[in-house]
Design a protein around this ligand. Structure first.
Ligand code: VGL
Ligand code: ZN
Length: 198
């Protein structure tokens, strides 16, 4: 069996009570823990931002969270400060079975650029190294779960498909931010990109 489970950003700040809480975000933890046994390889991603990160609304004078700014690499949604390096909010949900992970890959750690995807930063060019890791291990099939369905899960799954991996999203183990219809748009884009929605 060569399919890997890629668990996206199941961190306290994306769960109820967190800085960028996704509705019902903690509901993914039980299903993800339960399915880990079905996969030989489990990879976790961790959103990991410096306090001066350019995706934080508070670092743009006069800007509001959930607005958009133009960055050199394209439009960027501004978020409340979240998953700041070393803080409690950046930690994994305490019930997530992190011990099962072969690899934890951090992303978004450069101040000037965000990284929704586990494979590329938001310029769609700068690699995180995950594709090389998976290919070197002979893994070609990936199942994605976690938070948020319409941002980091969707961008990761679409990049995986673009890179030639077989990519599917297990939707009952995802929860969305759903900003202005972003979940419907992301599902549509994923289907068009060749991502299977299970
Ligand atoms: C995410 C917004 C900002 C995510 C991360 O994990 O989907 N969304 N940073
Ligand atoms: Zn982030």
């Amino acid at each position: 069996m060569t399919e890997a489970l890629i668990v996206i950003d199941v961190q306290k700040d994306f769960c109820p009570g967190g800085a960028l809480a996704v509705t019902d975000g903690d509901a993914v933890v039980g299903p993800i823990n339960a399915m880990m046994g079905d996969f030989e390889t489990v990879v976790l991603t961790q959103d990991w931002h410096p306090a001066d990160h350019s995706s934080f609304a508070g670092n743009h004078p006069g800007a509001q969270p959930f607005g958009t700014v133009d960055m050199p690499y394209g439009p960027q949604v501004l978020w409340p400060a979240h998953c700041v390096i070393g803080t409690d909010g950046a930690a994994f949900h305490p019930d997530l079975h992190v011990d099962r992970a072969d690899l934890v890959i951090r992303k978004g750690f450069r101040s000037g650029i965000d990284s929704y995807s586990a494979f590329f930063e938001n310029d769609h060019e700068t690699p995180t190294g995950l594709a090389g890791y998976l290919r070197e291990r002979g893994i070609s099939k990936l199942a994605f779960v976690g938070l948020a369905h319409d941002f980091c899960v969707a961008w990761s799954a679409m990049d995986a498909a673009r890179l030639g991996f077989h990519a599917r999203v297990i939707e009952n183990a995802c929860r969305a931010i759903d900003l202005d219809g972003s979940l419907a748009a992301a599902r549509d884009a994923m289907r068009k990109a060749g991502v299977a929605l299970d």
